[in-house]
Design a protein around this ligand. Sequence first.
Ligand code: ADP
Length: 376
Amino acid sequence: MIQRVGVIGGGQLAWMMAGAAKQLDLELIVQTPHADDPAVGVATEVILAPVGDAQATGRLAQKCDVITFENEFVDLEALFYLKNQGVRFAPSLESLKPLLDKYHQREYLASIGLPVPLFTALVDPTEPLDFTFPLVLKARRHGYDGQGTFIIKSSDELINTYNQLKSVPLLIEEFIPYTQELAVIAARNDSGEVVVYPVVETQQKNQVCHRVIVPAQVSLKIQSQVEDLSRHLLNELQAVGVFGIELFLTPDETILVNEIAPRTHNSGHYTLDACKISQFEMQLRSVAGLPLGTANLNCDAAVMVNLLGYEEAHHDYAEKRKTLASIPNAYVHWYGKTESRPGRKLGHVTVKATGNQANYSKLLKIADTIENLWYS
Ligand code: ADP
């Protein structure tokens, strides 16, 4: 029986998982580099070490029954050594292997028949390319919140950005003129049970997610395509855990997969308040071998707005948080980070809606109100 769950990474995702661990009577032991990381104060025990430090993960393994991930920037080769010593990982290292490098991930997704944008590895930016501008240049590893993703409009810009990035392995892909960005959270357990949460719309600015609206305003056909591809992916991977799947909806109503995160995901934060079982509880249920339960909403609709840093400061923004919390049906989550930087995820607000309030344009207005309050 699983009692103690190790988590590689101690940021806000592990912090949100801690609440669910308590409910399920599980202990959470995190490996994270800084004593002021969000999950440090709520974990049963902490290994203070970088996420990529596999020796520290060896020490983590001694304290728990299974290890899961809130962060995929791990040294996979070194973790395989631990696996061969009997350490249990969920998701398995085999299921993470094709996903950690964006180029390998695209190749893998295409190989299992999932639709992806046209892509290629970039070796020499002065060589002729089969892509028209704009195109998208991406660092193959360690990208997050749009860091490492560049929309490139000319070959000069391509060469300049390539030179700035120096020796980082890169890929390029076609720019998708999407009509919507969609996402979905899906989970699978050891018994092969799969659940898929509702399809959401995500809204990005400068490649960073600002808002999530659930359910997405898409046809039943798109919803069932997304559900089918999520099931197919998790079954192919023999995945155990929660996965975030980011998608593009094209003008001709085609779905393309943008990216898979082998963990809980920002696009699923609404599940904490707006679903019967949150994505964090779902991950723990999955890695602990429990039945998954329902991925249904507990309301008709919701909007989640990220509270992103907009200045360099040490500030807890208590007044603003109080004002946000006074919005009807709002749930404010504050990650307790002591330092604010532009673009840093400091917290989020979810507003639930039912009946005639569960209306797309009303939800967008609420998101505007939250952003006006927060960024003023
Ligand atoms: P990250 O790993 O940092 O989240 P992504 O690859 O998901 O990076 O890209 C971040 C954002 O950049 C996407 O949500 C989307 O808005 C934009 N983007 C990424 N790839 C493309 C593409 N091929 N075409 C158009 N926009 C893209």
